[in-house]
Design a protein around this ligand. Structure first.
Ligand code: FES
Ligand code: FES
Length: 162
C-alpha cells in the first residue's frame, strides 16, 4: 500500500492505496464520487474524464498514486455555491444529454476545451471532444451546448474552477 495525499473537489484527502488502483476507482470506490463514470476501462470513451491539476485526463488511464500531491476536480466539484457551472447550464439549456452516461466526461472535457480556446469553431469543438463518446445524442446538441457556453458566458467559463 502507498500513502497518497491529494485535494479532490476542494477537500484534502489522504489514503493508503494499492499501487495498481486506478484514479477512477479511487474516486468512485474510496471517495464515493460516482459522478465520474466508468464507460470502458480502455481509454476510449472519456466518461471518466476529470481535471488533474487543471487539465482534463481520463481517470481510468491514471493510477491513484500518480495523483499524489495533485489537485483533482470531478463533475461533482464544478458547481459553486449551488450554482451550476456555465457549461453545465449550457448542456441543460441545449439538451446536450439523453441518458447522461457520457455527460460528466463531456462537460469536464468541454470546460478544459473552453479554457484553452474560449471561442472555438464547430470543427474545433468536435476535434476537442473526439476522445469522448456518446451513443445517444449524435453529438449535435453537445456541440451546440459548447457553443452556447462560449457565446453566453465566456468570462465565467474562463474564470471557473479548472
Ligand atoms: S472509462 Fe475511461 S475512457 Fe472509458
Ligand atoms: S447521453 Fe447517453 S451516452 Fe451520451
Amino acid at each position: 500500500m502507498t500513502r497518497i495525499n491529494l485535494t479532490v473537489d476542494g477537500e484534502k484527502v489522504a489514503d493508503d492505496v494499492e499501487a495498481r488502483m486506478l484514479l477512477v476507482q479511487y474516486l468512485r470506490e474510496k471517495l464515493g464520487k460516482t459522478g465520474t463514470v466508468i464507460g470502458c476501462d480502455t481509454s476510449n470513451c472519456g466518461a471518466c474524464t476529470v481535471h488533474l491539476n487543471g487539465q482534463s485526463v481520463k481517470s481510468c488511464n491514471v493510477l491513484a498514486v500518480q495523483a499524489d500531491g495533485a489537485e483533482v476536480t470531478t463533475i461533482e466539484g464544478l458547481a459553486t455555491d449551488g450554482q451550476l457551472h456555465p457549461v453545465q447550464e449550457a448542456f441543460r439549456e441545449c439538451h446536450g444529454l439523453q441518458c447522461g452516461f457520457c455527460t460528466p466526461g463531456m462537460i469536464m472535457q468541454s470546460v478544459d476545451l473552453l479554457k484553452e480556446n474560449p471561442h472555438p469553431s464547430e470543427e474545433e469543438i468536435r476535434l476537442g471532444l473526439e476522445g469522448n463518446l456518446c451513443r445517444c445524442t449524435g453529438y449535435h446538441n453537445i456541440v451546440k451546448a459548447v457553443q452556447y457556453a462560449a457565446e453566453h458566458s465566456s468570462g465565467a467559463v474562463e474564470g471557473a474552477p479548472a
